[in-house]
Design a protein around this ligand. Structure first.
Ligand SMILES: NC(=O)c1ccc[n+]([C@@H]2O[C@H](COP(=O)([O-])OP(=O)(O)OC[C@H]3O[C@@H](n4cnc5c(N)ncnc54)[C@H](OP(=O)(O)O)[C@@H]3O)[C@@H](O)[C@H]2O)c1
Length: 488
């Protein structure tokens, strides 16, 4: 099977180039190919179902970035699997930008997993993302491919940001310290022209609300294969993090603005990344990580010693993520829209109604075509992370040994750090950077062999924090203007 190391006709293919997001992703990559000497000779193609429209996009990109010429054109339709297979065979990495992914995404994943093609998508739909991990992980592994899901604004800044926060804590307090709790808070800053998203994201959210029971079934099946001590929330590490399910306040270090729980995919992506890294670390230490919920826990004296010796950035923290509001007015408006959306999205007639009137149901936040140039220029985001844990080696080890014995250390954290990830307009300016640099990491890992070899990436269907924890993604993102700061 073709896999790592083989050069194909195209380095990168952007599937969905006629969409608002795909277009910006293709422009970002054309610019990178045109300006980065290490990518000299590598070719980009754009793909979609309407040949004339895809061709017009390719020509427009060539005119804007002549050094990226020639841009290939591939006709591929999510309803014609053979066209997706042909696309996957011609390229090393596919960037999937056609959504809602619940309806358009799976055949693209199937083609990539089967043909050993690396893949990155911009979905923020947990049901799709967890379904493909359940069904295509083994095949992708067998064929040597890394498929990274949720590689846009959903959920790179939250997922890689959490990893950055844990590592910053360990750097400040030393390798025998232990981060325990991370609370993150997202702020969106709009300029005078306001903020907007394209209707496709709104459609994806509507169907996300409508697929809650399907997601529960997927999680049950995925977790059935794991011993319970590896499951999210079952590791009793340090005192329980107090979380808020309704209106709350940011931690005092962040200024205490009003918050609501963040309703997007971030929390679930972070949870999956953490559990994946924890399972890998435990497996590496020889602990029995398969066998299902009924299987015996490893003896606590064995697991206690193993837990203490594991790399601390692979130990899962308790995590809560919120979105912050500058005023009660915006918070009330968001709660009203959210309540209406979740009620209507639960019914087929309600989904039809929501789809027909996006602007009306979101007070203008979602409209066809997405944000104007002025709105893009004026919007930015940041996610702040407050990480608390033990700086004392004795406290850290006691907590790990207690967790191995199935009990919880109640000692309060004695150290904290504040970190932040920030960048430009999230949906159509930052997302192309996130998914574009993810794809370039995947490409580099495939290309490298012999001298100058970069660390191989794990294979399978993975979240960003699982696939890219040991890559140079943060440095790449920083070089493109995304900020990863340690604040206090
Ligand atoms: N993670 C993030 O932060 C983030 C940011 C932005 C967008 N997104 C997600 O990205 C997705 C796309 O958003 P968008 O705003 O770019 O949507 P869009 O402008 O409506 O574009 C949708 C794309 O899908 C294509 N498509 C539809 N049916 C197809 C089929 N059968 N075969 C092949 N292509 C097909 C469309 O092609 P035609 O032109 O031929 O119809 C178009 O290129 C959404 O799921 C959205 O939620 C995520």
């Amino acid at each position: 099977m073709a896999g790592k190391g083989d050069r194909r006709e195209y380095a990168l293919v952007v599937f969905g180039v006629t969409g608002v997001t795909g277009w910006e992703v293709a422009r970002f990559l054309a610019k990178r190919l045109a300006t980065d000497k290490t990518l000299a000779g590598r070719r980009l193609a754009v793909a979609g179902r309407r040949e004339a429209a895809v061709s017009a996009k390719a020509r427009a990109i060539e005119a804007e970035f002549p050094a990226a010429r020639p841009i290939g054109v591939i006709v591929a339709d999510a309803t014609r699997p053979e066209s997706l297979e042909a696309m996957a065979k011609r390229t090393e990495v596919v960037l999937a930008c056609a959504g809602p992914f619940r309806f358009l995404g799976e055949p693209v994943v199937a083609a990539c997993a089967k043909n050993g093609t690396s893949y990155a998508d911009v979905t923020g739909e947990p049901e799709f993302s967890e379904r493909i991990a359940l069904h295509y992980d083994d095949q992708a592994k067998r064929n040597g491919a890394t498929l990274v899901t949720c590689a846009g604004f959903d959920s790179i800044p939250a997922d890689i940001g959490l990893l950055h926060a844990k590592r910053a804590f360990l750097e400040r307090y030393g390798p025998s310290s232990l981060p325990l709790h991370v609370v993150s808070s997202l702020s969106l800053h709009a300029g005078p022209a306001g903020f907007a998203g394209n209707t496709a994201t709104y459609e994806s959210a509507i169907h996300g609300f409508g697929s809650v029971s399907a997601l529960k079934a997927i999680r049950k099946e995925a977790q059935a294969a794991l011993p319970s001590w590896l499951l999210p929330g079952k590791l009793l590490l340090g005192p329980r993090l107090k979380t808020s399910r309704g209106v709350g306040r940011e931690p005092r270090e962040l200024g205490g603005k009003l918050t609501l729980p963040f309703p997007g995919s971030d929390a679930s992506v972070v949870r999956r990344s953490q559990m994946w890294r924890w399972r890998e670390a435990c497996a590496g230490a020889g602990l029995p990580v398969a066998g299902g919920a009924g299987s015996a826990a490893p003896a606590s004296d064995v697991s206690g010693a193993a837990f203490v010796s594991l790399p601390r950035d692979a130990v899962p923290v308790q995590h809560a993520c919120y979105v912050s509001f500058g005023s009660w007015w915006y918070l009330a408006l968001t709660m009203l829209a959210g309540a209406l959306l979740s009620f209507l999205a639960g019914h087929a007639w309600g989904r039809a109604l929501l789809s027909a009137f996006p602007e009306q149901f979101t007070f203008g936040a979602f409209k066809k075509g997405g944000p104007t140039a002025e709105q893009r220029a004026g919007t930015s985001f940041d996610i702040s992370f407050v990480t608390r844990g033990y700086k004392s080696k004795a406290s850290a080890e006691a907590a790990l040994r207690a967790a191995a014995a199935g009990t919880r250390s109640s000692e309060a954290p004695d150290a904290s750090i504040v970190t932040r990830v920030g960048g430009p307009e999230p949906g159509y300016v930052a997302t192309p950077i996130f998914v574009g640099e993810t794809a370039l990491c995947l490409l580099r890992a495939r290309a490298s062999s012999g001298e100058g070899r970069v660390a191989a990436l794990p294979t399978g269907v993975l979240t960003p924090g699982a696939a890219l924890a040991n890559s140079d993604l943060i440095a790449r993102l920083m070089a493109q203007g995304i900020k990863f700061d340690v604040c206090a």
